[in-house]
Design a protein around this ligand. Structure first.
Ligand SMILES: *[C@@H]1O[C@H](CO)[C@@H](O)[C@H](O)[C@H]1NC(C)=O
Ligand SMILES: *[C@@H]1O[C@H](CO)[C@@H](O)[C@H](O)[C@H]1NC(C)=O
Length: 357
């Protein structure tokens, strides 16, 4: 865990800069990519079945929270997606289904955090955090409901969350007026990374997967919800978390590589999908045709967890002109571009999905 500590120490220094009001461009961070690039794999035969497994939050939820709670409200949000149409995961599934037999196991919940969060669990016990989502998949494996990777069966587990762990703390600070100290934020980052790695290793040690795709937590500074004066600080924090995460994934990969051949987890490859969330920001900002409005959202919600009878009347008439539907979530047009030009080529480059989709 030495280099993780070194990154955290560096992070603490950078955070002190933030506290002093200095700007720091995340692209200037030292590269933390410690693990080897994955081998290129041969294109798969058309007979191959793909199994998409998703661990995530509201960006990836395809209906679990709606089923459990009746929200996000169906008069404003499309079929339990936190947007005005299919979300990025739906588009990925559609793309793959057009050419291959595809099954999906999506455990994402709106509001999910990487670490268990007592306040969240008390208020919204149906929202499963990452450890519980991972347990759900392991239970489905055990019950034979979910398949294991093997000849003709490519299992593609993807883990994308962690933004809520940070966002909830910033939001709480906004409500109490008490800003977290740099030290608090560094502890939060380290804890969030640790929770992601623990669930990753639990999945790897199941012996049911060969690869795990790990997305950066996301460009949450871009969300209209984050006030302009805080955007640079949030971007810096997310950059620190990305660097700490990439380093921790390298450590976890080394642990897996040290396992004796044949042991559960031996040979599993962890793939960081980009070393920071910059590609996600670029994919959103590069959407064509560009939206007129990339900073304001189509409407403003107070919470997706509380029904609001007046919300529908506040939804704009032209959501496709906006990058953001509500103050957190991209519109479906943005999601589509993000999948086609951001996620898909990267999963292909990692050898997890076939070319020619
Ligand atoms: C998550 O799992 C833990 C341990 O199994 C359990 O105690 C907790 O209630 C679960 N939380 C949720 C929100 O389901
Ligand atoms: C966006 O731009 C188009 C074309 O210029 C225009 O017709 C439309 O009204 C604009 N929408 C908004 C929300 O500004």
């Amino acid at each position: 865990m030495r280099s993780l500590r070194a990154i955290i120490a560096l992070a603490a220094l950078l955070a002190a800069d933030v506290a002093l009001g200095l700007r720091w461009n995340v692209r200037n961070l030292p590269p933390g990519a410690l693990h080897r690039p994955p081998p290129k794999r041969a294109p798969k035969a058309a007979g191959t079945e793909y199994v998409l497994v998703m661990f995530g939050d509201s960006y990836s939820d395809t209906g679990r929270t709606l089923k459990a709670s009746g929200l996000p409200q169906p008069d404003v949000y499309w079929k339990g997606r936190y947007t005005n149409g299919p979300n990025w995961f739906d588009y990925l599934q559609q793309t793959l289904e057009a050419k291959y037999k595809t099954r999906v196991f999506n455990y994402a919940y709106g509001g999910a955090t990487a670490c268990r969060n007592a306040d969240m669990e008390a208020a919204f016990p149906y929202v499963k955090p990452l450890p519980n989502q991972t347990d759900m998949f392991l239970a489905d494996l055990k019950a034979g409901a979910a398949p294991r990777a093997g000849p003709g069966v490519r299992v593609v587990p993807m883990q994308w969350l962690g933004g809520n762990d940070i966002e909830f703390v910033i939001r709480a600070a906004g409500m109490t007026g008490v800003a977290p100290t740099p030290d608090d934020m560094m502890k939060l980052i380290a804890a969030t990374v640790k929770c992601r790695i623990e669930s990753t290793l639990a999945l790897a040690l199941s012996g049911a997967v060969y690869d795990i795709a790990l997305f950066p937590a996301g460009p949450i500074w871009m969300m209209p919800r984050v006030p302009v004066p805080f955007k640079a600080m949030v971007q810096t924090l997310m950059g620190l978390m990305d660097a700490a995460f990439v380093a921790a994934v390298g450590q976890a990969q080394a642990q897996l590589d040290a396992l004796p051949p044949g042991a559960p987890g031996a040979g599993v490859r962890l793939h960081t999908i980009g070393t920071s969330a910059q590609w996600m920001a670029d994919a959103f900002m590069g959407t064509q045709p560009p939206a007129n409005e990339t900073t304001k959202s189509c409407f403003e919600e107070s919470s997706t967890f509380v029904p609001d009878p007046t919300l529908k009347s506040r939804v704009c008439t032209d959501p496709e002109d906006y990058a953001f539907y509500d103050s957190i979530h991209a519109t479906t047009r943005y999601m589509a571009w993000f999948t086609a030009h951001g996620v898909l080529p990267r999963l292909q480059q990692a050898g997890l999905l076939p070319e020619g989709l």
